[in-house]
Design a protein around this ligand. Structure first.
Ligand code: UDP
Length: 489
């Protein structure tokens, strides 16, 4: 009997920063093997936003890609509220309903002759591996943060390493240095925030802490040929050799990234609508090379009025042209008491700047006029900047962003981390200072040269026969079952 056609079910949490790399992986899986099938699945509410009818159920890529939602037990997904436990409550429903619904999806797909051969799941779905195993299926975690962050979590949750105790004991001291095998000494301020701020059940993101803990409770389907859990990582060997090597004994680590949009870029469905007229691209066309400061803090970060004012003032005082993303929902939160939006005030007016609600970030970063990216260091934004060779000013807040900033500043030397005050506000003067540091002549030349080298390294990794390309191809050709170890070399 011939082996079944490889069919990957790619599952993801309904956040833009998770959906983006998951969809890009789905596309790459299809491209890597003309035989492969992919079903991409996120929650029903996110699915409706991403794929409004008639896109909703339309088979894509000659039917090789299907877009099918699963249920998180709610009608409209997570809704922000003033209740500090709202997110934890949502997560409880997400886990229970999600596991049930994905189980049903697997049965339904098999019943219509499209049986899944391997489940691939991103962060925050710790139950996905259990659902797969219960049905005799292999699974692979797709880690969408740096390998270094994976290594930290591994040591914390599974390593039995004294560092975990040290993190708990010194959690109040941001400069305390932790030594973990295979990683340089790290200050607590650089570690994932969920380990230092969310261990208490009363914390609003405690459910993220427990979901990551449970994710590390790997128990893959028994496979004597490949006894280790497979972890696809959105990074590449060249960017993170040390952290990948440190985990290779425990896991089948497969760096397959950094995954970027396909060259056409038009298949990037997402939760946000881009500004209708892409005037910002024309505006960029009119600027000299490496002159523009691009500013964006991803899909989740909130912003107080004071922060926005400081940000725009710092940009204006820098005297450089800037393109700044202020999301529609952030603007809406800044509604003044009269109920008229303060959007007018966020307009750069006659200043040499432009404010947009959402842009095509990869296109912007690829534009030769962009000389610096002021970023919150979400992993996607960080990778996109590295792949485009753009130096960064890092303003990390949550989750892995602090470690991503550490990689940018200390490991790759393509950026500088800005300090925020005790009140969490990035002041205009500090922003101006860091932008100058990254863009002023002599420093800029060094950083841009480093950024250019990383850009080439990443392009090589992704190109035909490059390290990430080989890993992905081997994974797909493995027919949806494990491919063994050592592919990252
Ligand atoms: N992004 C975009 N347009 C914008 C701002 C952001 O396309 O105006 C994209 C960006 O390219 C990235 C994603 O949104 O792929 C944000 O993911 P990231 O991991 O950087 O941050 P998160 O949103 O998860 O905090």
């Amino acid at each position: 009997m011939s082996p079944p056609r490889p069919h990957f079910l790619v599952l993801t949490f309904p956040l833009q920063g998770h959906i983006t790399p998951a969809l890009r992986l789905a596309r790459r899986l299809l491209a890597a093997s003309p035989d492969a099938l992919v079903t991409f699945s996120t929650t029903a509410a996110a699915h409706r936003r991403m794929f409004p009818p008639p896109e909703t159920t339309k088979p894509q890529d000659d039917g090789r890609l299907e877009l099918l939602p699963f249920s998180d037990g709610t009608e409209g997904g997570f809704v922000r509220s003033s209740d500090p436990q709202a997110f934890n409550g949502y997560m409880a429903s997400f886990h229970a309903a999600g596991a049930r619904s994905v189980g049903e999806l697997l049965v339904a797909l098999a019943a219509r002759g499209r049986a899944v051969t391997r489940v691939v799941y991103t962060l925050l779905l710790p139950w996905a591996a259990d659902v797969a195993r219960d049905r005799g299926l292999h699974s692979a975690l797709y880690w969408i943060q740096p390998a270094a962050v994976f290594a930290v979590y591994h040591h914390y949750f599974r390593g039995g390493h004294a560092a975990a105790a040290a993190i708990v004991q010194h959690g109040h001291d941001p400069s305390f240095l932790v030594r973990l095998p295979g990683l340089p000494p790290l200050a607590l301020r650089d570690l994932p925030s969920f380990l230092t701020e969310s261990t208490d059940p009363s914390d609003q993101f405690h459910s993220v802490y427990t979901a990551i803990r449970d994710l590390f409770d790997f128990d893959p389907l028994d496979d004597k040929d490949a006894p280790k859990a497979t972890v696809l990582v959105n990074t590449c060997q060249e960017l993170e050799a040390g952290a990948l090597a440190a985990m290779a004994e425990e896991y089948d680590m497969l760096p397959v990234g950094p995954l970027l949009p396909t060259s056409s870029g038009d298949d990037e469905a997402g939760l946000f609508k881009q500004d209708e007229d892409a005037r910002y691209m024309e505006w960029l066309d009119g600027k000299p090379a490496n002159s523009v400061v691009y500013v964006a803090f991803g899909s989740l970060a909130r912003m107080e009025r004071e922060q926005l004012d400081e940000l725009l003032r710092g940009l204006e005082e820098s005297g450089r042209p800037y393109l700044c993303v202020v999301r529609k929902d952030v603007k809406a939160e800044l509604l003044n008491p009269e109920g008229t939006t303060s959007a007018g005030e966020t307009d750069a007016g006659d200043k040499d700047g432009m404010v947009v609600e959402w842009c095509d970030q990869v296109r912007v970063l690829s534009h030769p006029a962009v000389g610096c990216f002021v970023t919150h260091c979400g992993w996607n934004s960080t990778l996109e900047s590295v792949a485009c060779g753009v130096p960064m000013v890092c303003v990390p807040r949550l989750s892995d962003q602090r470690m991503n900033a550490w990689l940018v500043e200390r490991e790759w030397r393509v950026g500088a981390r800005a300090e925020v005050g005790g009140d969490g506000v990035l002041r205009a003067a500090e922003l101006r200072r860091r932008v100058e540091e990254v863009m002023r002549e002599e420093e800029a030349v060094r950083r841009r040269a480093a950024a250019g080298e990383w850009k080439r390294a990443v392009a090589d990794a992704l190109g035909n026969g490059g390290s990430s390309d080989r890993n992905l191809t081997a994974f797909v050709r493995g027919g949806g079952v494990s491919v063994g170890t050592g592919l990252q070399a």
